[in-house]
Design a protein around this ligand. Sequence first.
Ligand code: A2P
Length: 280
Amino acid sequence: TTPRITLNDGTTIPQLGLGVWQVPADETERVVSEALEVGYRHVDTAQMYGNEAGVGAAIASSGLARSDVYVTTKLNNNRHDRADAKDSLKESLDRLGLDRVDLFLIHWPLPTRYGGDFVSTWEALLELREEGLTRSVGVSNFQVAHLDRVVEATGEVPAVNQVEAHPYFANDEVRTATVRRGAHVEAWSPLGQGGGELDDPVVTALAERHGKTPAQVLLRWALDRGDIVFPKSMRKERLAQNFDALDFGLDPDEVASLAALDKGEAGRQGPNPDTFDWIP
Ligand code: A2P
């Protein structure tokens, strides 16, 4: 079973889950159902992914109790205005078929379309938590300055900061700042989104040495750093393989050899939050 992490609001979250970014809407119910069969109990989706309905359908047909499955969704970039943010979570809940989600995140630290910024959006999320529509609230893709702004403005530290992190882009400055402020790091794209880590000779050599796969080595590394991860796969055998990354250890030399793969900004796969200004 997956270890659970206790967040700063006292709730717990399975450290390993399923991410459904880039899972097409018409395949999502199948993929999530297969993941739940394998044993996953944590699904990370977003309004932007367009597949919340499939996540909800899989949970509904699984026969699992609501409290057995941890569900995260994220606020879309064009819904940051305070009232809109609230409406958008209610719409997500309708699509998911749930009364509340476990975690609701600001997906990107963008301004609203009406001249405000993500601080007012963060206040809206705190109200949604008060209203019981989400158990926990957090942020995603926040750089250190973004984190500081919401904490200084409200005194409320996000439960998590979900950011890109994998060996080619270790993102340690943001990770360290997140942990120092009392939030937990969720690492997105732990397999590097096909950016080459799965074929890196350092990774493949470690995999052979441990009788594991490269994906399992990358997940082990992220889990050992303490991060919450949710690798995406469309294939049941890979879902099972990724869920089974827990029964071995990397020694300090091996961890150091993976840390040495960090390319800094050059290793980033997604947009840089400091310059990203996409509002759909
Ligand atoms: P697929 O969905 O066809 O399995 P990330 O979670 O870092 O974004 O990475 C997801 C990518 O890694 C997808 O392209 C996915 O492809 C692939 N992937 C997921 N699990 C594995 C695995 N165990 N081995 C190889 N590739 C994998």
